[in-house]
Design a protein. Structure first.
Length: 618
């Protein structure tokens, strides 16, 4: 993906050449497969599709008869004028043309009714398809492994899950409807024309074929353009989301100019990609329109010649000229649909790529149960890498007894957070095993395993809702008394009561209602309320001030009683009381023991500990 983006960036530096379309490399490789999958989804609404088809046949059949009725009215009018002269009685002339004009009005009226039925039903089909895709996407999001989100930008994922389904639905609601009508219109028109004049029909078909071949040639060149447009849009969305969430850091480091420049470059790429797609859309119409006008001129000349000879009537010539327009418009609409279809297929492929991503390993069909978990944990020769060819951890082994506190320390990137993520089965092992109460976690259902664990992350996450709802997130049936009790234990009850709405105060990550430290306390309360057997505190005090840290430490000491706890911390002073300290470096446990044992060893841990206190002394 990154290589493709670099190639796209280099291409966008060239001047835009609408003819040189075959050089695009971001061509969807499974457009036929995507089309089949879309059809399979559409076929789930067979009855609605049948209504659309029947309505299309009836409405277009009626509209195809209108040139004949108009031609008959014209022939009768000409005959009456020829017989009685221009000064003939108006009422007599009106009666002569009344019958075909009445048929014309009926055809238009019922054609419009069935056309409305068709459009309304197609709109429903398109929205239901979009709903189906979104439901599949929603289910997929919860099944994707963490490394997918690590490897893809949030904006790119959002583009695939929101913009692309909407584009597919929009094409179906408009383009597909036009295409169905175009096919029906062309078929009915040709059949009726053959009954009037086979030669004139062949003439029109021959000249119109030029438009068909032109449409087919152009459509073969456009798929890459629309796919690139969607790819660049997803990348742009990702950067905008990144700039929005990192706005404070950007300003802190005075990187506004660089961000603006990067955003401008991406916007330029998106502009160029969109310009190419718009060029194709708007250039194809006049080109095809020119070819259809040639058919109109040829029909007028040949039809006039036959009318002079008396082979056909003036009304028939008028009907054929109307059929030229009636056929040319569907062909033009079909050309638009072909281009829209390319965009829809590009979007569909992106959606199906997302839906086809490898999911997390499913639970065993015969999961084991832990009736009364004690919280004993063991890592036995664990081997893991985010990619099979790049192993991060090799032969990790240690044992934790129930109710022990384990501290995991080490420099950034040592693998501390990865270690606890493996315990939660966020990633699958490449070797070895992890057990809880002597049962391999692979033999436990993920939901039961994670229900045994309470986790406080370094990055706080709160959804938009009341404080009480956020605390109760891990235990939705908690009472208000339970929430208040755990808030007191987490030392956040006091500041909550100072808020105007107390526990009913609405908060979210994007608002400044409470401070970062207070948000951290709420996440700790949330984990405590779940009353887990295992507690994981990932840099739990890194975002709070010294006073708040002391309060959190006091709360944690009491909350970890009776629980097996894993604490990841940079501040080594906070984990002196740990029963076991694991010292990690480059994905390996280089030391393990108690605080005093590791200091006495005077190796890596001692260096880390002494360096922190020397820095504090300075």
């Amino acid at each position: 993906m990154k290589k493709q983006r670099k190639k796209n960036q280099s291409k966008n530096k060239k001047e835009f050449d609408p003819v040189d379309l075959t050089e695009m490399e971001d061509i969807p490789k499974n457009s036929k497969a995507s089309a089949k999958r879309l059809m399979a989804l559409l076929c789930q609404q067979k009855s609605a599709l049948l209504i659309i088809l029947l309505a299309a046949v009836i409405s277009n059949g009626l509209f195809a008869l209108t040139p004949i009725f108009m031609g008959q009215a014209l022939d009768r009018l000409i005959q009456a004028i020829s017989a009685n002269g221009i000064g003939g009685n108006f009422e007599t002339l009106a009666k002569i043309v009344l019958s075909p004009l009445l048929l014309l009005a009926i055809a238009y009226l019922f054609g419009a009714i069935f056309s409305f039925l068709q459009e309304y039903t197609m709109a429903s089909v398109g929205e239901k398809l979009a709903l189906s895709l979104r439901e599949q996407i929603s289910k997929k999001i919860t099944k994707l492994p963490l490394h997918y989100y690590d490897a893809n930008e949030t904006g790119e994922i959002l583009s695939r899950t929101t913009n692309d389904p909407d584009k597919i639905a929009e094409v179906l609601k408009t383009g597909a409807l036009q295409f169905v009508n175009a096919i029906c219109n062309i078929i009915f028109s040709i059949v009726i024309m053959l009954t009037q004049s086979p030669f004139m029909t062949v003439l029109i078909i021959s000249t119109m074929s030029l438009s068909v071949f032109a449409t087919k040639w152009i459509s073969a060149k456009t798929l890459a353009i629309f796919y690139e447009n969607q790819m660049v849009l997803g990348e742009l969305n990702g950067k905008i989301e990144e700039y929005y969430t990192g706005n404070l850091i950007i300003k802190s480091f005075n990187q506004q100019d660089k961000v603006i420049q990067t955003e401008r470059e991406l916007s330029e790429r998106q502009y160029q990609a969109n310009k190419k797609s718009q060029f194709v859309i708007f250039a194809i119409y006049p080109a095809i329109r020119f070819l259809t006008q040639l058919s109109f001129v040829a029909t007028a000349i040949v039809g006039g010649f036959f009318a002079i000879k008396g082979t056909i009537t003036i009304g028939t010539v008028q009907a054929f000229l109307q059929y030229v327009n009636q056929i040319s418009d569907p062909i033009t609409q079909s050309s638009y649909f072909v281009n829209s279809l390319q965009a829809a297929l590009a979007s569909a492929e992106r959606v199906f790529e997302f839906l086809d991503e490898a999911e997390t390993v499913p639970d065993t069909t015969t999961p084991k149960q832990i009736a009364a978990p004690d919280g004993a944990v063991a890592f036995e020769h664990v081997r893991f890498g985010y990619h099979p060819d790049k192993i991060l951890m090799e032969d990790i082994s240690f044992t934790v007894r129930p109710n022990e506190m384990v501290a995991i320390v080490g420099p950034t990137g040592a693998g501390k957070t990865t270690l606890v993520n493996l315990l939660l089965r966020f990633y699958e092992l490449d070797g070895g095993k992890i057990t809880v109460d002597n049962i391999d976690i692979k033999d436990l259902s993920k939901s039961k395993l994670r229900r045994m664990v309470g986790m406080v992350l370094q990055d706080t996450w709160l959804f938009k809702g009341t404080i009480a709802e956020n605390i109760a997130y891990g235990k939705m049936d908690a009472t208000r008394e339970d929430i208040i009790q755990v808030a007191k234990a987490a030392r956040c009850d006091h500041f909550i009561r100072t808020l105007s709405a107390g526990y009913d105060t609405v908060i979210s990550n994007d608002e400044g209602t409470i401070s970062q430290g207070q948000m951290q306390l709420l996440t700790i309360a949330r984990a405590m309320l779940a009353n887990p057997v295992l507690m994981i505190l990932d840099e739990a005090t890194s975002s709070v001030d010294t006073k708040t840290e002391l309060e959190v430490q006091q709360a944690m000491v009491s909350s970890m009683k009776g629980k097996t706890s894993f604490v990841i911390a940079h501040r080594l002073s906070t984990i002196k009381s740990a029963d076991l300290i694991l010292v990690m470096k480059n994905g390996t446990i280089v030391e393990k023991g108690t605080h005093q044992e590791l200091l006495a060893a005077d190796t890596f841990y001692a260096d880390l500990y002494n360096s922190q206190f020397n820095n504090l002394a300075l």
